[in-house]
Unconditional design. Structure first.
Length: 297
């Protein structure tokens, strides 16, 4: 195994795991933060794309470009919904539910691609969804108001949109990762520009701006560079294991810095979710869940 690539993957996942903490410190809405994130990513990754010479070697196919742009819509919605979930619930709960994305990919592959699914995989899906209910708290489902305000819907929507990005984008083979991300963040800029109020950015402190720009240049630019640079040098199984550094760091920061104290039921829910996901990723059939977990949201 390439140790340098593995280290880059670990660093990228550890940094990405801190995005929930950064989001809490920005002082702007989810839409505004994603808008800035798209601008920063476009500048950073677009510059690398040109500087490293990948832009000159791109093979442009109309079908792939369209597929990439559609993925861009879901990628941006995924970010917005995830940041909204961070606003409404604990980071640990949001990131745990968000990581259900491979389970959604498994379900979509079964429904739309005719991929076979065995009883063990069905049980893993059931365990994951039970875990998500435990993580949010059963009491949140006792009334419509509690349910709507719990953040559960935002977290599930973010996982679904992440899964759609993986599902639609898995057949993109000619375009480089830099080209696909560049196109997708451009989509985000055009999507969010009409709805983001520039007034949100007035009166922000220097600290707010540092966290906003950190979310853009570090979590989207630098992290994506490390991720893409290491991804091609590591086997899929290793990548599938290392991506769990992300939720581990997120939960640790939530507990240590933000003083999140999970109940025993929430701990059980987190164990259910990641136990089911790990089982799904390690099963040789269906393969789609393993391959697509290598993407980064």
């Amino acid at each position: 195994m390439n140790k340098s690539a593995a280290l880059q993957m670990v660093v990228s996942m550890a940094l990405f795991g801190s995005i929930g903490f950064f989001t809490r410190q920005t002082g702007v809405s989810a839409e505004a933060l994603v808008f800035i994130r798209c601008i920063c990513a476009t500048l950073f990754l677009g510059g690398l794309w040109l500087l490293l010479g990948y832009a000159k070697r791109e093979v442009w196919q109309r079908r792939e470009v369209i597929r990439t742009l559609v993925c861009g819509v879901f990628l941006v919605l995924n970010w917005v919904f995830l940041f909204k979930a961070f606003e409404a619930m604990s980071i640990s709960a949001a990131i745990s539910i968000y990581n259900l994305a491979p389970i959604f990919v498994l379900i979509m592959g079964t429904l739309f691609l005719g991929e076979r699914i065995n009883i063990q995989s069905v049980l893993a899906v059931v365990v994951c969804f039970l875990g998500s209910l435990f993580v949010v708290g059963i009491e949140q489902f006792k009334s419509v108001d509690n349910f709507l305000n719990s953040g559960f819907i935002w977290a599930i929507l973010s996982a679904f949109c992440y899964a759609m990005t993986m599902f639609i984008g898995k057949n993109i083979q000619q375009l480089s990762s830099y080209a696909t991300t560049f196109l997708q963040t451009i989509v985000g800029i055009f999507m969010l520009a009409p709805i983001v109020s520039m007034a949100e950015f007035s009166g922000l402190s220097t600290t707010n701006w540092l966290y906003i720009l950190g979310t853009g240049f570090i979590h989207t630019g630098f992290v994506y560079y490390l991720f893409f640079n290491s991804l091609r040098k590591l086997p899929a199984l290793v990548t599938s294991a290392l991506v769990f550094v992300d939720p581990l760091v997120a939960i640790l920061l939530d507990v240590v810095i933000l003083n999140f104290r999970p109940s025993w039921l929430q701990l059980l829910g987190i164990a259910f979710i990641f136990g089911g996901i790990i089982y799904t990723l390690l099963k040789p059939v269906p393969q789609a869940a393993v391959d697509n977990k290598s993407d980064l949201a």
